[in-house]
Design a protein around this ligand. Structure first.
Ligand SMILES: O=C(O)CCC(=O)C(=O)O
Length: 288
């Protein structure tokens, strides 16, 4: 990665357009990954909800409503989300709160300087430009812990389903902060699957209190043919917004931290009934 204007070779660009994803080893250096890792753990400690708030996975309807609100208003905040398996049968956390988190979301890239600097590098900007984002806007960030033993599976989905623009424009910039392998729950993707028409859209209900799913095709995405995208620390995986992808559970004793930024094109229309809204924080690009 010597120049910042052309980070991707013509072959890599071709491969991204053909497969719908691209794996870029050594995109970020180890030092930057470790700095982000440390910062994420600090943010987790600083922002972890109280034990009362942590009862968000109980079946109780008012708790569910509170959990929905906590999630739906997180687009312009830094919030902590727990793993389901972090709780015992009485709803009590089995371990320290910050070691029980599934992820941080969804605006660290705008609210935290360490995340901001990691997210807005000339290399990231160059990739966005090369893959055709005319007016790239950093919509959301997630720091995914995929904790040892309890890190849950992420079901096959497309990002466009959740972050809908017209026309489709969302691209995932996913970066391995720890080595990601089939043992600790790496990404899996369906080569060429971005050409399958998107099967559903998740959006806010009329009262904007929960999400509903609009189904266009009730058949699931193919479960065969996905390939594991093992990724050493510092590898970036680019994901087209219509590409079906998933990640496995982490049944190992090794953490699998990863950081992902979803970028949209400001020339496309970001729908007002998408779950993620940022009423208090304007979206920004890589350099403004
Ligand atoms: O890191 C993971 O386990 C899943 C990430 C993902 O699905 C995404 O960034 O869109």
């Amino acid at each position: 990665m010597t120049t910042t204007s052309e980070v991707l070779s013509p072959q890599q660009l071709l491969s991204f357009h053909e497969d719908g994803y691209l794996v870029l080893p050594n995109f970020v250096d180890d030092g930057a990954c470790l700095t982000l890792r440390e910062r994420a753990l600090q943010l987790a400690k600083d922002n972890v909800p109280s034990p009362q708030e942590a009862t968000i996975f109980t079946a109780d309807a008012s708790a569910q409503h509170a959990a929905d609100q906590y999630f739906l208003t997180s687009g312009d905040k830094i919030r902590c989300f727990f793993e389901k398996d972090a709780f015992d049968e009485n709803g009590v956390l089995r371990s320290e709160a910050h070691l029980s988190l599934n992820k941080l979301g969804h605006a660290m890239h705008d609210l935290d300087p360490v995340f901001g600097a990691f997210s807005r590098t000339p290399q990231m900007a160059a990739v966005a430009q090369q893959i055709g984002l005319v007016d790239p806007l950093l919509l959301q960030s997630m720091y995914i812990f995929k904790q040892p033993r309890i890190g849950g599976e992420v079901n096959s989905h497309t990002d466009h389903t959740f972050l809908w623009t017209e026309p489709q424009s969302v691209i995932g910039f996913w970066i391995a902060i720890d080595d990601a392998t089939t043992e600790n729950g790496c990404l899996w993707a369906l080569p060429g699957g971005h050409r399958i028409p998107v099967k559903s859209r998740s959006k806010l209900n009329q009262s904007r209190t929960a999400t509903i799913t609009e189904v266009f095709d009730k058949d699931p995405y193919p479960s065969e043919g996905l390939v594991p995208l093992e990724a050493a620390r510092g590898t970036m995986v680019l994901l087209n917004g219509t590409l079906p992808h998933r990640s496995g559970p982490n049944l190992s004793d090794k953490p699998r931290h990863a950081y992902t930024v979803h970028v949209i094109d400001g020339q496309a229309n970001y729908l007002s009934d998408n779950w993620l809204q940022r009423p208090h924080l304007a979206m920004r690009g890589f350099s403004n």
